[in-house]
Write a protein that binds this ligand. Structure first.
Ligand SMILES: NC(=O)c1ccc[n+]([C@@H]2O[C@H](COP(=O)([O-])OP(=O)(O)OC[C@H]3O[C@@H](n4cnc5c(N)ncnc54)[C@H](OP(=O)(O)O)[C@@H]3O)[C@@H](O)[C@H]2O)c1
Length: 502
């Protein structure tokens, strides 16, 4: 539990302090840690951006953010007053050298060497500017007292990620760099490791002998909101697959780690990415499908096509949907397809991983129709329901031997009766504790880009003439169904959306 964790005194400098992420995620997470007594006994949070705030108006702005987005709101006025006393604001542009002298000159009373945590919640174009300014201070590379947290997107292709890694490692050691993929801080995502490696049951069957294929769906029921400018430079492949979904794939497919050591886990995850079967440039469309939403419906409301969104080129070739078929070249997974899909304006917000087991080799119930024999399926639910479902066949009550599938459910909320911390709470606590296990290492980021590079290049070269090719409110274009149909498979309807519980 967070309450028992001790963290060392720290000065947390938030670049991009007036922005959306700071107000919606970073500061509410730090405040929740404070409510749980998991913040250091001495700390300062210093926000920097160009907007003109005083310390007081900055506190008011952040309070509004916590009230609107924090999972517990202010909760305790006395605690808020104590927390707010540690909030400060500096109005400045990031190329202003004098600001960095001010920051590095900050102290905590009675603490000779506080930790400095620099949180880059700025537009990605400014990551290099801030890093280079911090690099003017030789002590930066001195020891783990100085840490830098870098938000996504980490580059937009292999070359830009490599160049950002170079810039960061010129100033910091790899151990001081915390590249955030907030998905890795989610309870249910961390639970994949606990579930796989804390139980003897799964490991013997977690392989090509028993598993027929794996599906990973991360669907959103919203469009791009006001983020047209950003999304035009990204698209579904960069925004979701390169980071969150490939990381889910790694957690499902990795070999058992020998310890919970940060590098051991990250090595095993990197092994999965390195073992992904390279897709030949001429065969991209056999393995990858892209889509873009047109006019349609979302939650009962008509919505307009991507190309008609604010900040979007009316002839945009940016994909809002992507589906991939990947194979992993190793003993465990040879020949097992991993189908991944993500999209905007899907029928529902849902994140699920389904492992479809092979059919039984023989069944003695010769009087039953073959269709009854639905193979076992294990579903790891990440959102909106957090839990695990195991589907098996049982005898239907009554006369005669009739079988039907039933689900064994384990639902987080029902078992633990306690709300999960927000992913940012988990991750920020790990930064304070100097534990990088849930953060992306340089090589992990680069190998993930390497996997997608041929696809991005192909899509850049060959524009999709059929965009928009799915109406908002559908599960992507028909080609996504063909991708599985050619292997005799079909996308599962997420288990939480099935009409009747089996
Ligand atoms: N918002 C999210 O939910 C979310 C989720 C995942 C990742 N991220 C990432 O987090 C980062 C921040 O996103 P955001 O949504 O918070 O962006 P945002 O709302 O546009 O905020 C950007 C911040 O940077 C500051 N800024 C911009 N140019 C500056 C300059 N030249 N000098 C000083 N300050 C400058 C802005 O403040 P001033 O205009 O006051 O200077 C503002 O505080 C991005 O890298 C984004 O990709 C965001």
């Amino acid at each position: 539990m967070a309450q028992k964790i001790k963290t060392d005194p720290a000065i947390i400098v938030v670049f991009g302090a007036s922005g959306d992420l700071a107000a919606r995620k970073v500061i509410p997470a730090l405040y929740n840690l404070f409510l749980d007594d998991a913040m250091p006994s001495d700390f300062k949070i210093v926000g920097i951006s160009r907007s003109t705030f005083t310390d007081e108006s900055f506190c008011t702005h952040l309070r509004e953010g916590i009230e609107s987005f924090g999972r517990r709101g202010i909760a305790d006025e006395k605690k808020w007053a104590k927390f707010a006393a540690n909030l400060h604001y500096i109005a400045a542009a990031y190329d202003d050298e004098s600001v960095y002298d001010t920051i590095l000159g900050l102290t905590l009373k009675g603490v000779p060497e506080p930790n400095f945590i620099f949180y880059l919640a700025t537009p990605p174009s400014l990551f290099s500017v801030v890093t280079a300014q911090l690099g003017r201070f030789k002590e930066m590379r001195k020891d783990p007292h100085y840490r830098i947290v870098v938000e996504k997107p980490f580059g937009r292709d292999l070359a830009s990620a490599q160049s950002l890694n170079e810039e960061l490692t010129r100033v910091f050691f790899e151990t001081q760099i915390f590249r955030i993929d907030h998905y890795l801080g989610k309870e249910t995502v961390q639970n994949i490791l606990a579930f796989r490696f804390g139980n003897a049951l799964w490991e013997p069957i977690w392989n090509r002998r028993y598993i027929d294929h794996v599906q990973i769906t991360v669907a959103e029921d919203i469009g791009i909101g006001g983020r047209g400018g950003y999304y035009e430079t990204a698209g579904a492949l960069r925004d979701m697959i390169q980071n969150h979904i490939l990381q889910l794939l790694c957690l499902v497919a990795m070999e058992p780690p020998t310890s919970f050591d940060a590098d051991e886990i990250r090595n095993k995850k990197c092994d999965v990415l390195r073992a992904l079967h390279e897709i030949e440039p001429g065969k991209i469309s056999d393995y990858v499908v892209r889509g873009q939403y047109g006019d349609g419906w979302s939650n009962g409301e008509p919505v307009r096509s991507y190309r008609r969104e604010k900040g979007v080129n009316p002839k945009s070739n940016t994909e809002t949907f992507a589906a991939l078929k990947l194979f992993i070249d190793n003993w465990r997974w040879q020949g097992v397809p991993f189908y991944l899909r993500t999209g905007k304006y899907m029928p529902s917000r849902v994140s699920e991983i389904s492992l479809q087991f092979r059919p039984v080799p023989h069944h003695p119930f010769s009087h039953l129709n073959d269709q009854v024999f639905e193979p076992n399926r294990l579903v790891i639910q990440i959102a909106p329901t957090e839990g695990i479902v195991l589907r098996s066949l049982v005898k239907e009550p009554g006369l005669g031997m009739n079988l039907r599938p039933v689900d064994m459910h384990y639902c987080y909320n029902e078992v633990f009766h306690a709300p999960s911390p927000d992913a940012y709470e988990t991750l920020l606590l790990d930064v304070l504790r100097n534990d990088p296990g849930l953060f992306m290492r340089a090589d992990q980021v680069e190998v993930a880009w390497e996997v997608l590079q041929p696809i991005m290049e192909n899509w850049e070269r060959e524009k999709n003439r059929s965009f928009p090719n799915y109406p908002a409110g559908q599960w992507g274009p028909p080609e996504a169904d063909h991708l599985l149909a050619q292997d005799g498979h079909a996308w599962f309807l997420p288990i939480c959306l099935e009409p009747n519980e089996k």
